[in-house]
Design a protein around this ligand. Structure first.
Ligand code: CMP
Length: 245
């Protein structure tokens, strides 16, 4: 991890961070003085579940995963967070140890704020507080959905649901592959390992492998190394729809 003090010239960059929109020039200058920037290499741990927490991070560029680990070393991925999103705010709000491990998945740059400066900002910038509360509400919903899926869907159905949601996000970002097999539009490329998929839906890699093989036989997708091509999104959707009926 590299870390550096942010100078006053940093103010312009901070102005464009969505979470900080609406801060006054004085507040941005304060932030530029008190915040630090950090760079993390892919796979580098930012902090571990159980660590004491003294800083909140805003992702300027890159992606991290939020992971919780069992004593036996099994990993469950709670979320991926990217540009403009924050993490590490929970320990600063409830004074408890880190609730999860944060690991960079790509080269990632963050801006960190110490607790005292974060609390000052929350008191002085109601718009920022509201944005943060909105993000926390969304996470609570998503976590509730994970619990619901674990209770009511089997592995294949959870996997289909996760793939549909990842593919929908990829379409929004324009990650399609022109010229590939077409069933209901161009193929959608997902860069993800079977282990990550298993950790995201609370299943074993073996059971994910089995479900992927079944989806492949049905022509819904093609399986590559560290990637999947979704060929028939409607087919995958039908698996989810049947499960929810
Ligand atoms: P903190 O507990 O300080 O450290 C771990 C961070 O992971 C936590 O703050 C949140 O920012 C983030 N986090 C914890 N649980 C989730 C979740 N279910 N979804 C998204 N982010 C989370």
């Amino acid at each position: 991890m590299s870390s550096s003090r942010s100078g006053a010239m940093f103010v312009e960059q901070l102005r464009h961070v969505p979470l900080l929109r609406g801060l006054t020039d004085v507040q941005l200058a304060d932030l530029a003085r008190t915040a630090r920037t950090h760079r993390f290499e892919p796979d580098q741990i930012v902090f571990l579940q159980g660590d004491p927490g003294d800083t909140v991070h805003i992702i300027l560029r890159g992606q991290v995963k939020v992971v919780t680990t069992s004593r036996a070393g099994h990993e469950a991925i709670l979320a991926f967070l990217a540009d403009g999103e924050s993490f590490g705010e929970m320990s600063l709000l409830d004074d408890l140890p880190r609730s999860a491990t944060i690991q960079a998945t790509t080269m990632t740059t963050t801006l960190s704020l110490r607790k005292v400066d974060f609390h000052k900002l929350l008191r002085e910038a109601p718009d920022l507080s509201l944005r943060l509360l909105r993000a926390l509400a969304r996470r609570l919903r998503e976590t509730g959905m994970l619990v619901q899926d674990a209770a009511f869907l089997d592995v294949g159905e959870r996997l289909a649901k996760k793939l549909v949601s990842m593919a929908t996000e990829a379409i929004e970002l324009g990650v399609t592959v022109p010229g590939s097999t077409r069933v209901s539009g161009p193929a959608i490329e997902l860069r993800v390992t079977q282990q990550d998929l298993a950790s995201m839906i609370g299943a074993t890699r073996e059971s994910v492998n089995k479900s992927l093989a079944s989806f492949r036989t049905r022509g819904y997708l093609a399986v590559g190394r560290h990637r999947l091509s979704i060929l028939d999104l409607d087919g995958l959707r039908s698996v989810v729809d049947r499960a929810l009926d």
